[in-house]
Structure formats: C-alpha cells, structure tokens
Design a protein around this ligand. Structure first.
Ligand code: SF4
Ligand code: SF4
Ligand code: SF4
Length: 406
C-alpha cells in the first residue's frame, strides 16, 4: 500500500498514472502543492503504485553501457532562437530536430488560465513549441502524460520528454524499461513552487501594474542579456505595456532561491547531483564568464550534460546550429543544482501561510525588498551590454598572454 510521505513525495504523478483501479487521485495541500491520495474503497492492494514510486529506490539512470558523461557550454547560433529561450536555447533546437523527423515533444506550457501542464507537441502543431520555451518556476501537471509518452514510444515515434529530474525518474519507473526512441531531457532544477502560490504572485503583480498580465517570462534577454530578469507584458485599458525588471525584483524567484516557496521535497532533493536521470540535462551555465572566458555568452549560455549514447546522438544532430565548447565536471559544478538542494527555510511555513491568509503583497513586504543599493547595482549591471564585457575579457586575456610571452 502506498505510504505518502509529505516531506519526500515529489508529486511526480507516477503512482496516479499507474494505478489500474484509478484508486490514486491527485489532491492539493493547504499551499496547493500536488500530492497523491489513495481511495481505500477502490484499492485492491496490487502494489503497482509502490513499484513505480521512485522514493526509497536508487535513482533511475539512462542506459549508458560504459558511456563517459560529457559536459558542454553551448548556445544557439541563431539570435531569434536564443532570445526567446531559456539559457542558450538548446531545448528549442533539440525539439525542432525531433519534430523534423516526425517525432513528438513533451514539455511544460501554461494554458489560458495559467495552469502549468505538460503538453504533447507533434509536427502538425509545431507552433505550440513556442509555449514550451522559457523557464517556469512552478510544478506542472503531468496527468495522462506518462501513458501518452509510452504509447508514442510503443508506436516507434522519436519522443523527447523534458521535465524536472523527479518527473523523469517517475516516468522511467512508470515505463519500467528503456525505449531506444525515447530521449529524456531533465532540467537543472533548484525547486518548484505550487500553482496556487504562482497565481497569487501574478495577481499581486497585476495589482501593482494596475493591468492584466498577458505574458510573464522569467528571463528577459532583450533587456538584461544573459542575466536573469522579469518581463511582463500587460494590458491597461486600450494600451499594452512592457515592463522589464532585474532578477532582484522578481520576488517569487528570490523566495524560491532562499527556500521559502518551494515544495518540501525540493529541500531534500536527491537529484541535486551529477548523477543524472535524463539522457541529457539542460540548464544555465552559471559563472560562464570565469569557466569559459572565451565563450560568447551574450544572450545566454546553456550547460548541456550528455549521459548516454542516445543523448549524444540527438545533441550531435543540432551540432551545426550551436556554438559549443567542451567543458568538464568541475566547471559544470558552478550550477548549484548539481551539488546540493535548496534547503527549506525554517520560516517557510509562516511565509506561505501569510501568502494565503493576507495575500502575496503582505508576505512580500515581510520578505523584504532587495534594498536600494542592490537595486541600483542591478540596474547598472544590466545597463552594460554582454558584448562589451566579453570584449573587455578578451582584451584583458590577450594582454595577460602578451605579458607572459615577454
Ligand atoms: S495498490 Fe494497486 S490498486 Fe491500490 S492504489 Fe496502488 S496501484 Fe492502485
Ligand atoms: S510516485 Fe511520485 S507522486 Fe506518487 S508517492 Fe511516489 S513520489 Fe509521490
Ligand atoms: S528540486 Fe528536486 S524534487 Fe524539487 S522539482 Fe526539482 S527535481 Fe523535483
């Protein structure tokens, strides 16, 4: 019988999908995080839910047969691809390569009600790919998705599934076998918040801008280059406005980074390591400036970890469309999602209760603003174009090399 451990359950949804009696349903806790619940009336004690649950089992791994993990710094060559994607825009290129050969892609999109859910995109509806782009700090609904992935894989289609490592682990356990035509790409994840908290955040932003938000992006490359930033497209009356804010003013991501707004399981996440579940792992290349001084990181750079021959095969397919430099484990470790989980803040419960009792605005007031000095330095930093910094780095390196030669 499935024991639901609220501290460690990741809400991957594998047990919900696997139950043949439909006895496992999805419930939300008081902060609107997803948890499974078993209907004892329907349960026949078959044990399938326990079998597919990744908890208390070793992490699933891709079939790698002696494959040595490879690390890369990479970015899309095409500027449009880069500007509209997270980090170096590698996911979009991989997805296009899969669709081009008649395959299907699974990733997270918001619907018209800002409900975050995994969706299936095939080549007949390639325009939906736009919705999968961009970083989303909220947990997605995977209802029906693992079955759909299995059906597509059984039909022989090339399938690319992109999700958090816990979702990839849940999917692997659900499938129970590896498919040569299924490639899993896990994202380098520091934690996710609930849909309820995310909605309260957006409502608060709408209240502040006195408009209706049409689009929210957690990266703003046109304004801030490779640095993080918030981009809000909103409507007030007959007019549309665009608001760009540096990451320091993105209260939700700041709360997440300090362990306030994440799911409890994120605070003890087992996936924060270089042992990867996906055939590929994708995320930002943090500290790229130091790790790869010659890399043109303007408008974003991805860290790509290739953990299996299948992952290597798909990454090789987009070689012509990327600028790529081989990296290594030590340099990749600058991404905190590979070293340790974002620990739960001891005041998390209080802050989340405040959000639900008094609204996001009151909780944000208590959480605190970035401070005037941080805010000014963030804006100044954002005002220097990446290209100028890269040029400065290159000139300094040349000067150093010349001095060494003399
Ligand atoms: S034991 Fe079997 S029937 Fe009962 S909840 Fe689990 S999967 Fe469903
Ligand atoms: S399978 Fe996933 S959702 Fe179900 S109990 Fe295990 S961790 Fe939680
Ligand atoms: S931090 Fe860990 S538990 Fe949380 S969503 Fe990411 S992979 Fe899952």
């Amino acid at each position: 019988m499935l024991r639901i451990d609220h501290k460690h359950c990741t809400g991957c949804g594998s047990c919900v999908e696997a139950c043949p009696q439909l006895a496992v349903v999805t419930r939300r806790d008081k902060y609107k995080f997803i948890y499974p619940a078993v209907d004892n009336e329907l349960c026949t004690l078959c044990g399938r839910c326990v079998e597919v649950c990744p908890l208390d089992k070793p992490l699933s791994a891709p079939e790698s047969a002696g494959f040595a993990t490879k690390y890369y710094a990479a970015k899309a060559r095409e500027k449009r691809e880069l500007l509209h994607s997270h980090a170096g825009g590698i996911f979009g290129l991989l997805a296009k390569a899969v669709l081009a050969e008649g395959g299907v892609v699974y990733g997270v999109a918001f619907d018209a009600y800002r409900h975050p859910a995994h969706i299936r995109v095939d080549s007949d509806h390639a325009e939906l790919l736009e919705q999968l782009r961009g970083y989303k700090p909220v947990q997605s609904d995977t209802s029906g998705i693992y079955t759909s992935v299995r059906d597509d894989a059984e039909r022989g289609l090339t399938v690319l599934f992109c999700g958090t490592p816990c979702q990839c682990d849940g999917l692997r356990r659900f499938l129970g076998r590896d498919y040569p035509n299924l490639i899993l790409a896990d994202v380098l994840c520091g934690g996710v918040t609930s849909e309820g908290i995310f909605h309260r955040y957006v409502n608060w932003l709408e209240h502040r801008v006195r408009g209706t938000i049409r689009e929210i992006r957690f990266e703003n490359k046109p304004a801030f280059g490779h640095s993080r930033g918030l981009r809000l497209l909103y409507r007030r009356g007959r007019f549309r406005y665009l608001l760009s804010l540096p990451a320091e003013w993105d209260t939700l991501c700041a709360m997440s980074a300090q362990g306030y707004s994440n799911r409890r399981s994120c605070g003890v996440c087992r996936y924060a390591s270089t042992q990867r579940v996906g055939d590929l792992s994708l995320g930002r290349f943090e500290n790229i400036r130091r790790a790869h001084p010659g890399f043109p990181y303007d408008n974003g750079a991805s860290l790509v970890i290739v953990s299996s021959p299948k992952g290597a095969g798909l990454f090789a397919q987009i070689a012509g469309a990327v600028i790529c430099e081989e990296s290594d484990r030590e340099r990749a470790l600058s991404n905190p999602a590979l070293t340790a989980p974002t620990r739960e803040n001891p005041h998390r419960a209080k802050l989340l209760t405040d959000i639900y009792r008094h609204g996001f605005g009151k909780a944000a007031e208590k959480f605190g603003s970035p401070g005037i000095w941080n805010a000014v330095t963030a804006l100044l930093r954002a005002a220097i174009p990446d290209k100028l910094v890269i040029l400065y780095d290159r000139l300094s390196r040349k000067k150093e090399e010349k001095a060494k030669r003399n």
